[in-house]
Ligand binder design. Structure first.
Ligand code: BTN
Length: 265
């Protein structure tokens, strides 16, 4: 698959030498974190055909079966403080919408903050992790993305069948995973170029793609569930919610999980 991905990349893509492909790995994010600590360069990308320990936010597992998805992590070393990267997951999500549109012919939505969705189905997710240097500046940022590409509905476990989807199911055609992977890499490289200078425009695009805005939602924080309406996403990527008790609050993705009132989205 590595050769096919390299062929699908444009001649201008600058990080071709930094692509590493694995038939099987625990988690591309975990492995890349270890490589980052040993000095791997900006632009290093790991892609696996299968993950045995793929994971997402809040300790959730991300099922990564062989040959049907793209499981990719990229290492960036932006020269800035972690505060300036509050919007990183949003930027990656918009980049992934661009990539899916280019490779599969439709644009998914974003369920705040980090899920790619179509209708009621989750197509993929994003896990962003930062490493800090001793001076408090950003040492590295790792963006891990998993996208279901080729599954049919019956391939998903019955417990998630109504709410899981793949690019092939939504596009109604066969999906070439190498093209998807190449489109993801190109979109992430473009995102990196504009990360610190194009923040306002990127957040506007995020708000357009984000299906959570305008919805009645329930917000789960530990044992507590609160209901409200999602108003917008602020400049730090937080969800601004008008709660039914009259309070309006910006909530951060680290601590909460959001559900539509009538199901997953
Ligand atoms: C989520 O749904 O909460 C995020 C899922 C992120 C999964 C990707 S797959 C590649 C990378 N490796 C991991 O272990 N996680 C990310």
């Amino acid at each position: 698959m590595k050769e096919q991905i390299l062929q699908a990349l444009s001649s201008e893509y600058p990080w071709k030498q930094q692509l590493h492909f694995f038939r099987e790995i625990g988690s591309t994010n975990d492995h890349l974190k270890a490589m980052a600590r040993q000095g791997a360069p900006h632009g290093t990308v790991l892609i696996a055909d299968r993950q045995t320990g793929g994971h997402g936010r809040m300790g959730r597992s991300f099922l990564s079966p062989e040959g049907v998805g793209v499981y990719l992590s990229i290492l960036l070393r932006p020269n800035c403080s972690p505060i300036e990267l509050m919007h990183l997951t949003c930027a990656a999500a918009v980049a992934m919408c661009d990539a899916v549109e280019a490779a599969a012919g439709f644009r998914p939505g974003i369920k705040w903050t980090n899920d790619l969705v179509s209708g009621k189905r989750k197509l993929g997710g994003i896990l962003t992790e930062l490493g800090l240097g001793s001076n408090g500046q950003t040492d590295y940022a790792i963006i891990g993305i998993g996208i279901n590409c080729c599954q049919e509905e019956k391939d998903f476990d019955p417990s998630i069948r109504p709410i899981a989807g793949s690019l092939a199911m939504i596009a109604g055609k066969e999906i070439d995973r190498s093209r998807v992977a190449a489109a993801m890499m190109e979109a992430l490289q473009k995102m990196d170029r504009e990360l610190l200078t194009g923040k306002e425009a990127m957040l506007e695009r995020y708000r357009t793609d984000c299906i959570t805005i305008g919805q009645e939602i329930s917000l789960v924080r530990g044992d507590e569930i609160r209901h409200g309406k999602a108003l917008t996403v602020d400049d730090a990527g937080a969800l601004v919610v008008a709660f039914s008790d009259g309070h309006t609050e910006a909530v951060n993705s680290g601590e909460v999980s959001v559900r539509g009132m009538y199901g997953y989205v």
